[in-house]
Design a protein around this ligand. Structure first.
Ligand SMILES: [Zn+2]
Length: 155
């Protein structure tokens, strides 16, 4: 059996890549379609998540935006994140240390580094035979799945 795997690499350069700009434009459109107001603060939060492409806490996002000279209050960051996650525009992970938010809202898997706590997005495609086996055992027809993987960087 083989497992196909792709990782969404974090861009090394700072600032949004053209692809990321396209994606954030999609997020803006998604908000408009859902009837959500696109305030200046909401756009800032979305732009940061789409350019950073990591899982960040409300505090991380607040600090990063203010470090970029973008004036936004902590409450506003928090309220926008909650509104965006409950509308399904962004993802939200509940961790023991608090909530983390990410730019992807489609089903995907996570690899957590046991050393740094960093969480990487992964697209794992399980072999068809394995999905079939799970369906046979459970009597369910599987529509989506996400895997939680934990590990340490190899020396
Ligand atoms: Zn994620």
């Amino acid at each position: 059996m083989s497992v196909s795997l792709t990782t969404t690499a974090v861009p090394v350069s700072s600032g949004a890549t053209p692809a990321a700009e396209g994606a954030v434009a999609q997020a803006f459109r998604r908000c408009r379609d859902l009837g959500m107001r696109l305030s200046r603060q909401r756009r800032m939060v979305l732009e940061l998540l789409w350019s950073d492409r990591r899982h960040l806490s409300a505090r991380d996002i607040f600090e990063r935006l203010n470090a970029q000279g973008r004036n936004i209050g902590h409450t506003s960051v928090y309220q926008n994140l909650e509104a965006l996650q409950s509308a399904g525009v962004i993802e939200c992970l509940d961790r023991a240390s608090g909530r983390l938010y990410g730019y992807r809202s489609d089903p995907h898997s996570h690899l957590t580094c046991l050393q740094s706590g960093e969480i990487e997005d992964l697209d794992v495609v399980l072999p068809e035979e394995l999905v079939q086996q799970i369906e046979d055992i459970t009597g369910y027809s599987i529509e989506s799945y996400t895997l939680q993987l934990y590990g340490r960087r190899r020396a």
